[in-house]
Design a protein. Structure first.
Length: 271
């Protein structure tokens, strides 16, 4: 595992790179917009340009590290450390002029996720963390909320691409019965990071993609949230997962376990 001094160096560098990238997102029009896998999966000229900018900056500081990104080809490394970049998490919002998206940079080695930086271009804010070193809003340590309750609280979630995840309708109905307010904002990284700094009490996502949310998961864990997949294990690629403050985690665990069971039933019927 990387020593704390090296980890802090990587985190500080990633913060600076993410801030420059967020400035470019905020100051740039979307330009040409293309569809990738389907009409709801968009990429803009700015996505590609920002990812290239981040990659070049990381290569300058850490030439031996591997890099995986949302838009460009993965590059290998020899250090055992991998950077994960989503240049604009929330591209549809960005392309439509909705000010809710983020630049997400995560870092991991063989021991697992190590650091995360989520930059909000519109609030001009950097949310970040490193394993064992804590979590921050800009240069201020995250303070745990004294009270995190579903009743009157915000629960963030996201569609599975552009459709509901299995059990989503029933889960949201149960949360409404608990008097929670659900928000679907359009950037999983930013919604999870916002939860991790106390702006929501829980976050539920239909599928774990490390490029999108590994960095935000580090922020959540360092802030003290419970992070699990719907079956109660560590998040697995392609599986739904949640992050919740400890005060509400038992109820979120109950609801997501029911959603997971419903999904398993559907899978058996399909088989």
């Amino acid at each position: 595992m990387m020593d704390p001094v090296q980890l802090q160096q990587r985190l500080d560098t990633a913060r600076a790179i993410a801030r420059d990238a967020a400035d470019r997102v905020r100051e740039s029009p979307p330009g040409l917009v293309d569809a990738k896998h389907d009409a709801a999966d968009l990429v803009t000229e700015v996505d590609r340009a920002v990812e290239l900018q981040v990659r070049l900056a990381l290569r300058e500081h850490f030439p031996d590290d591997a890099v995986a990104g949302e838009e460009l080809q993965d590059t290998s490394g020899t250090s055992g450390f991998t950077w994960l970049i989503d240049p604009i998490d929330g591209t549809t919002n960005f392309a439509s002029g909705v000010p809710w998206c983020s630049v997400s940079i995560g870092g991991a080695d063989r021991s697992g996720p190590l650091l995360g930086v989520v930059a909000d271009p519109w609030r001009r804010e950097i949310l970040s963390a490193a394993r064992g070193l804590g979590s921050w809003v800009d240069d201020r340590p995250v303070e745990r909320p004294a009270h995190a309750e579903l009743a009157g609280g915000v629960v963030f979630t996201e569609w599975l691409n552009h459709v509901p995840w299995l059990g989503m309708t029933e889960t949201l109905a149960a949360l409404a019965g608990d008097f929670a307010t659900v928000r679907i904002m359009g950037s999983s990284a930013l919604s999870l990071a916002a939860t991790a700094v106390g702006r929501g009490c829980a976050f539920l996502n239909g599928s774990y993609s490390p490029v999108d949310t590994l960095g935000a998961i580090v922020i959540a864990r360092e802030s003290g949230l419970v992070v699990r997949d719907f079956a109660g294990s560590d998040p697995q690629v392609g599986r739904p997962f949640y992050a919740a403050w400890p005060q509400v985690a038992p109820r979120i665990t109950e609801l997501t376990a029911a959603a997971d069971a419903a999904g398993a039933t559907v899978d058996r019927k399909r088989g």
